[in-house]
Design a protein around this ligand. Structure first.
Ligand code: SAM
Ligand code: DTB
Ligand code: SF4
Length: 331
């Protein structure tokens, strides 16, 4: 989808927009289901990067201590618990710039992934930058999807991060695609961006070939000690609009209502589900910040007549269309 179309949709009256996105949602996702994903920070804090929203950057005093990589057995316990509680995707995050083949920590990660993948859930990892070799080895170890967010527009990216650039993000995503993993990529609302930056981000996500399998939409959780600590929250209706636009622009994706849900009312979350969200992080913690209690989420879903989504038995990534670039080229 092109920027101008997104602009036209964004300019529609609110109800017209969510009516349109609802129609797209019903076509592709008629089952009234929500995917439940559990997130675990397997390596917390002490990150070399300077992402100005992040609690885990070593550059800011956020009170998050740098920890070692978690032991495999502890991760497996958490993964089993997640499965018992109804989660169908287990996502492991690490506060690293990236991973490198030949290092002992990458070997450890591959070992962890292959054990977790035997539990029968979709396995997602988010470990920072990857080259082609690392991507192929993660796929081989059992990773289903790789999360690497573009986070905002290419134009705004340098205002948020200086230690890597937008093209680096696209390169990693290209390696993920080439290795045959599903792409999970989205962004954050509330980084001081303009509406145009949000639409540009959606334009880029929708022009991946194939389109991302999942699109997380995070609302900034302001972290004391980071440059964005005092950032103004995004208006609730703008968040719903972004969910609606993501649904229209990337119709077959799981649109994940991600960080920031703890600060949202039930009514607002219901509007997001109506507009096209069909996936959430489930469990009382994200990486370093809180998330609604599982019981509260299940109760909300029950009130809305939404069921947890069944596990996706087909773990293969979607096929690209011929004759189109795999990753959007930056102008
Ligand atoms: N280091 C890896 C990376 O940067 O891709 C993986 C972990 S990183 C914490 C994953 C994503 O979490 C970021 O791309 C961002 O979208 C989201 N995130 C991090 N801190 C956040 C915050 N304070 N509020 C909302 N989303 C946040
Ligand atoms: C994503 O888009 N959001 C998740 C996951 N991918 C890794 C992370 C949210 C982090 C929120 C801030 C924190 O808990 O530190
Ligand atoms: Fe590091 Fe990822 Fe946080 Fe950036 S977002 S500081 S790369 S953990």
């Amino acid at each position: 989808m092109q920027f101008a179309e997104l602009q036209q949709l964004h300019a529609l009256p609110f109800f017209d927009l969510i009516q349109r996105s609802r129609r797209v949602h019903e076509t592709h996702w008629p089952e009234n289901e929500v995917q439940l994903c559990t997130l675990l920070s397997i390596k917390t804090g002490g990150c070399s990067e300077d992402c100005s929203y992040c609690a885990q950057s070593a550059r800011y005093s956020t009170g998050v201590a740098a920890e070692r990589l978690m032991e495999k057995e502890e991760i497996l316990d958490r993964a089993r618990l997640a499965r018992e509680q109804g989660s169908t995707r287990f996502c492991m995050g690490a506060a690293w710039k990236g991973v490198k083949d030949g290092t002992s920590r990458f070997e450890q990660v591959l070992d962890i992934v292959s054990s977790v993948s035997e539990l029968g859930m979709e396995v997602c990892t988010t470990l920072g930058e990857l080259g082609p070799v690392e991507a192929a080895k993660l796929k081989e170890a059992g990773v289903t999807a790789y999360n690497h967010n573009i986070d905002t527009s290419p134009e705004h990216y340098a205002n948020i991060v200086s230690t890597h650039n937008f093209q680096d993000r696209l390169n990693t995503l290209r390696h993920v695609q080439d290795a045959g993993m599903s792409v999970c990529s989205g962004g954050i609302l509330g980084l001081g961006e303009k509406t145009e930056d949000r639409l540009r981000m959606l334009e880029i996500l929708s022009n991946f070939n194939p389109q991302p399998e999942s699109v997380p939409i995070n609302s900034l959780v302001p972290i004391p000690g980071t440059p964005l600590a005092e950032s103004q929250g995004v208006d609730s209706f703008e968040v719903v609009r972004m969910i609606a636009l993501a649904r229209i622009a990337v119709p077959k994706a799981k649109v994940r209502l991600s960080a920031g849900r703890k600060q949202m009312s039930e009514e607002m979350q219901a509007l997001c589900f109506f507009a096209g969200a069909n996936s959430i992080f489930y469990g009382d913690k994200l990486l370093t910040t809180g998330n609604p209690q599982s019981q509260a989420d299940l109760a909300l879903m029950k009130k809305l007549g939404l069921r947890p989504q069944q596990p996706n038995r087909d773990l293969s990534a979607p096929e690209p269309e011929a004759c189109r670039p795999l990753v959007p080229a930056l102008a």
